[in-house]
Design a protein around this ligand. Structure first.
Ligand SMILES: [Zn+2]
Length: 152
């Protein structure tokens, strides 16, 4: 197992603090997880959630195990997800969305923050079947040119 306490990891201090702080300070966000290690140039440290999904100790990112079979394509709002489902269906691309609760910071980073939504912290992680990437081409990037694809 990789060390959770890697020296110099920008979020490691929060992971350490969460083990020692009273819960109400954690609720206040004092030691909240960072929103994405990779966005700040660091590596994720994975732990097993339920044999299908892994979570990162330091940030909010989760991923599917056996990830060589799927490629991560970021976080979407409910409205954005509807457009993506339409696009992928028209191309015959296999994919999977996972509903998550995400911080405003991370949703904004993916342009998935939706003020008009009743459930603003709701987000949907998208994985696309790696065998279908040729069918997809650059169509998803063209749909959301403002997104930071390639961060993962
Ligand atoms: Zn992470």
């Amino acid at each position: 197992m990789p060390s959770r306490w890697e020296k110099g990891h920008p979020y490691a201090w929060r992971t350490r603090l969460r083990g020692r702080l009273p819960w109400f300070l954690i609720e206040l966000g004092v030691a909240r997880k960072g929103y994405d290690c990779q966005a700040v140039g660091a590596r994720h440290h994975w732990y097993n959630i339920d044999d299908q999904w892994s979570g990162c100790y330091h940030c909010e990112v989760i991923r599917e195990q056996n990830e060589e079979r799927t490629t991560y394509f970021g976080l979407y709002s409910r409205n954005q997800r509807a457009r993506v489902i339409e696009l992928l269906a028209s191309l015959g691309v296999r994919s999977k969305f996972l509903a998550v609760q995400a911080s405003e910071e991370r949703l904004r980073a993916w342009t998935a923050w939706d003020e008009s939504s009743a459930t603003t912290h709701e987000g949907f992680e998208l994985w696309i079947c790696s065998l279908d990437l040729d069918k997809l081409g650059t169509k998803l990037v063209e749909l959301y040119p403002e997104r930071k694809f390639g961060a993962e």
